[in-house]
Design a protein around this ligand. Structure first.
Ligand code: HEM
Length: 516
């Protein structure tokens, strides 16, 4: 009898918390958010529709469709999504009063890193320490590390593709998975820039590496599988906000898909721990190496930054994560776009050939960094297929603020997806057309404030210069050395959106260009 009473009480508590209370809040509408059209039936009452869209992996595409009709959409009980690119300044610009919303807190570990810290002062402190590590000047010092990875990738491609002039681009033996190789390239490059040892994936031809638990036990894992599993699980569940911690706890206990995803995802934390411990031992022995880790530990004048171990792990984790993932997607996508648009590829190749020697394998950054058409191709691909397309959520200040000339109440989540912003036809006419020319000259400069692939303002990407260094050198060098073609020209590039866009394999045929 007591059992039935307890079950009844628990059921009515759940009903009240999950259904009754949200409906009451919806109708009381203290913030006046009901005036905004909802993304779907129930989106004003619960975050579940947004979670479902996220789990489908097509969230930004769906929002882009909906925003064609509505500049502002209610995507959750306390959450607004914007579709008019003029809102960028209000939400993300340097003078915005908005801060990162609670999602970042939920995804942070024991210590905040530069990307998930919310508090403005704490962010400034971290950004000051890290800006010397990410500074443009360091790019010159680190260029040789990237060039080394380009050479390693070309060595692998040379072995895999036919060297005879007559060989055809139809030979199956010449097929490589461009998606995987671009990722091996970025993972090796960022580990070398950051920690002074490449992971060796370009030489191995796979991404198997050591993951170490806190007690020192080690095992072999796939870097990409671990990272993507972790982000996939987070990207489905985090939009439940207040329920997130409980959902993670329960999904780890019950035999759900998320149990597997989280457990595989832990392998990534172990990769970071292994790399940090290895590098820390070198540092403690007094070895001064030229890498990001050194800049993290000491200011330029040699004074120590006194970061706790947890904060070092957090910063190296975001560097290995953000530093490898999005750039690989960018390199994958631009190659796909070039192969789909042979006229663009031909024009780009002429531009690169004009500055590179015939037999140059890895083209020096200095030669290609200012090529306007190359940069236009990269930016057009980053516009049409931004690697980080999700609505980066920001919270309005407690007193509220104006967005698009309309007052939005305090502590409301506001956001805009770069995928959506880059399809605003008032800024980017024919938004679905891949047209690098739009970025050239004065007209191209006018587009920059609406280009938010790297976000904008004080929370904009600190690694974009490293990313352009990698994208520019690899694309210029590869198209200069090889003829390439899509192995399945009719197949669209499959992509699943978690927090990043995650394209599937991209089989590409490679052949040394005639006469080499
Ligand atoms: C094409 C490549 C890249 C894209 C599309 C990209 C995109 C972004 C975006 C959209 C943000 C804002 C995130 C938010 O507000 O939640 C961001 C921040 C950040 N990115 Fe990148 N990123 C790229 C490459 C890199 C690289 C190579 C690194 C490191 C080497 C890096 C490190 C970071 C860090 C540390 C932040 C946080 C900055 C802050 O809040 O002060 N990113 N990035």
């Amino acid at each position: 009898m007591y059992g039935a009473l307890v079950i009844g009480l628990a059921a009515s508590l759940l009903f009240t918390r999950l259904i009754f209370y949200p409906i009451v809040i919806y109708f009381v509408d203290r913030k006046g958010l009901r005036r905004y059209p909802a993304m779907s039936f129930l989106a004003g009452v619960t975050n579940i529709p947004y979670m479902i869209q996220s789990a489908r992996g097509t969230r930004s595409k769906r929002l882009s469709e909906l925003h064609k009709k509505q500049p502002v959409l209610r995507v959750g009980p306390n959450s607004l999504s914007y579709g008019d690119a003029r809102a960028i300044k209000d939400i993300y610009g340097h003078s915005t009063k908005c801060i990162k919303d609670d999602m970042y807190d939920l995804l942070s570990g024991s210590h905040f890193n530069l990307a998930d810290v919310i508090d403005k002062k704490e962010h400034q402190r971290k950004r000051k320490i890290l800006s010397s590590a990410y500074a443009l000047k360091n790019l010159e010092d680190w260029e040789f590390k990237v060039i080394d990875k380009v050479t390693k990738m070309c060595n692998q491609f040379d072995q895999r593709c036919s060297t005879t002039k007559e060989s055809s681009l139809n030979a199956d033996a010449n097929v490589i998975d461009w998606r995987a190789w671009s990722n091996f390239f970025t993972m090796d490059a960022i580990a070398d820039i950051g920690l002074n040892f490449p992971l060796g994936f370009l030489e191995q031809g796979d991404d198997i590496t050591i993951s170490e638990s806190l007690d020192g036990t080690t095992r072999l894992v796939s870097y990409r599988e671990c990272l993507h599993s972790q982000i996939t699980a987070q990207s489905h569940l985090v939009w439940s906000y207040g329920w997130y911690s409980s959902l993670v706890k329960w999904s780890r206990r019950l035999p759900t898909r998320y149990r597997k995803l989280f457990s595989v995802g832990e392998g990534f934390d172990g990769i970071v721990i292994h790399q940090v411990r290895k590098r820390l031992r070198q540092y403690q022995k007094g070895e001064k190496l030229d890498d990001f880790f050194q800049a993290l530990m000491e200011a330029k004048d040699g004074s120590p930054n006194h970061l706790p171990f947890g904060e070092i792990v957090a910063e190296i984790s975001i560097m290995l994560n953000a530093g490898s993932l999005s750039t690989a997607v960018a390199i994958n996508n631009v190659m796909y776009m070039l192969l789909k648009h042979p006229d663009v590829l031909a024009r780009l190749r002429d531009e690169v050939d004009a500055v590179a020697d015939n037999d140059e394998v890895s083209i020096a950054y200095d030669k290609v960094k200012d090529l306007p058409y190359l940069r236009a191709c990269l930016d057009e691909s980053l516009r049409i297929l931004p690697p980080t397309p999700f609505n980066l959520p920001r919270k309005t200040p407690s007193e509220g603020c104006e967005i698009l000339g309309q007052w939005v109440p305090g502590s409301t989540t506001v956001s805009m997806s770069s995928y959506v912003a880059h399809r605003d036809p008032n800024v980017f006419p024919d938004p679905e057309v891949f047209r690098p020319e739009r970025w050239l000259g004065e007209a191209g400069k006018q587009l920059q404030p609406y280009f938010i692939t790297f976000s904008a303002g004080a929370r904009g990407c600190i690694g974009r210069n490293i990313s352009y260094l990698e994208q520019t050198t690899i694309i210029a060098s590869i198209i200069h050395r090889y003829d390439l073609a899509l192995a399945n020209p009719e197949a669209p590039q499959a992509s699943y959106e978690h927090l990043n866009m995650n394209p599937g394999p991209l089989p590409v045929r490679v052949r040394l260009r005639g006469g080499k």
